[in-house]
Design a protein around this ligand. Structure first.
Ligand SMILES: Nc1ncnc2c1ncn2[C@@H]1O[C@H](COP(=O)(O)OP(=O)(O)OP(=O)(O)O)[C@@H](O)[C@H]1O
Ligand SMILES: [Mg+2]
Length: 298
């Protein structure tokens, strides 16, 4: 199974949302990272055939998507970023409805739904109305409907949005279970959601694919560029103006800063082991300052 993206571009009027993107994807979990507006949803909607590329091609096992026609869609499962649930449906009614849309026969729809309800741990809520579900329950239902047809390609757009820490952990386990022999593409701007489960990191910036790298080696490029320093509050303000700050921690009247810089930012700086969060900041710099502050408030 190979999904190939060839020179894929999408333009909305003047706006270039995806620009000449090339990638070859084989089974595994791909963490698609990028700041808001990077083009993640646009890319995913093109892969799902919901949005026509302005130029370029999508191929599955060397056959163009258009040639494959309906057959292409039988290989796809999609969980959109803004899922339009039917609040008056029960979870089960919704699953059976989605199964019908995907062309599953009734018997298979029933058995598959039952199996998936237990997989996403919604057995008890299956016959309750969706409007009574929590955010996390809706997300799990969204994933369950995406895998109804046992797709070889599973596209999840921001599937962890709105999950609490406990739900995040069970979500990761669920993805690991689902990922065998599939191409799973999972977009997020929360780095920690993918650092444990992705085999490969895809990073998009302004419509371009900035990197495609195995998780094991993804941070190699910033080795020696991540630093920790312990400074006064006044100095901390100074540093945060000059460098992208990954993390900031108050310690007995001083501030421990973790930052990304090409060279050692201060004599007392200590090189730190780089992680994915550092890499994200290295590429996106202050664009994500707000998000960083959300995660670790001052
Ligand atoms: N229908 C549209 N018409 C015009 N511009 C659009 C449309 N959809 C998206 N865009 C623009 O294209 C760019 C990419 O948007 P997209 O939704 O693909 O980004 P994203 O990476 O999914 O962002 P987010 O993290 O916020 O979900 C953005 O600048 C966005 O404003
Ligand atoms: Mg999006």
């Amino acid at each position: 199974m190979e999904l190939q993206l060839q020179n894929l571009s999408k333009q909305y009027g003047e706006k270039r949302a995806v620009q000449r993107l090339n990638a070859r994807l084989t089974p595994g979990v791909y963490g698609l990272l990028g700041a808001n507006g990077a083009g993640k949803t646009t890319l995913m909607r093109m892969i799902c055939g919901l949005l026509k590329p302005t130029s370029g091609a999508i191929l599955l096992n060397e056959a163009a998507m258009e040639e494959l026609g309906e057959q292409y869609y039988t290989h796809l499962g999609y969980m959109p970023q803004d899922f339009g649930f039917y609040p008056e449906f029960t979870g089960r009614e919704f699953m059976l409805y989605m199964a019908a849309v995907k062309g599953l026969d009734k018997k298979r729809a029933k058995s598959r739904s039952q199996k998936l309800f237990s997989m996403v741990n919604l057995q008890e809520a299956a016959d309750k109305k969706i409007k009574t579900y929590s955010g996390g329950m809706k997300q799990r239902l969204g994933i369950a409907q995406a895998v109804l047809n046992n797709p070889a390609i599973l596209i999840l757009d921001e599937p962890t949005a709105g999950l609490d820490p406990k739900e995040r952990v069970s979500f990761r386990n669920l993805i690991s279970q689902l990922s065998r022999n599939r191409i799973v593409i999972l977009s997020t701007h929360i780095v920690s959601d993918v650092s444990c489960i992705a085999d490969t990191i895809l990073m998009m910036k302004q419509g371009r694919l900035l990197l495609q790298e195995p998780m094991d080696t993804v941070t190699d490029s910033i080795r020696g560029k991540v630093w920790e320093v312990l400074v006064s509050e006044r100095q901390a303000v100074e540093y945060s103006r000059r460098f992208p700050i990954v993390n900031l921690h108050h310690e007995k009247g001083k501030v421990r800063l973790r930052m990304v810089s090409e060279t050692m930012p201060a004599a007392e700086g200590r090189a730190a082991e780089p992680d994915l969060e550092d890499l994200f900041l290295y590429h996106f710099g202050n664009q994500t300052q707000e998000e960083m502050e959300d995660v670790d408030p001052i």
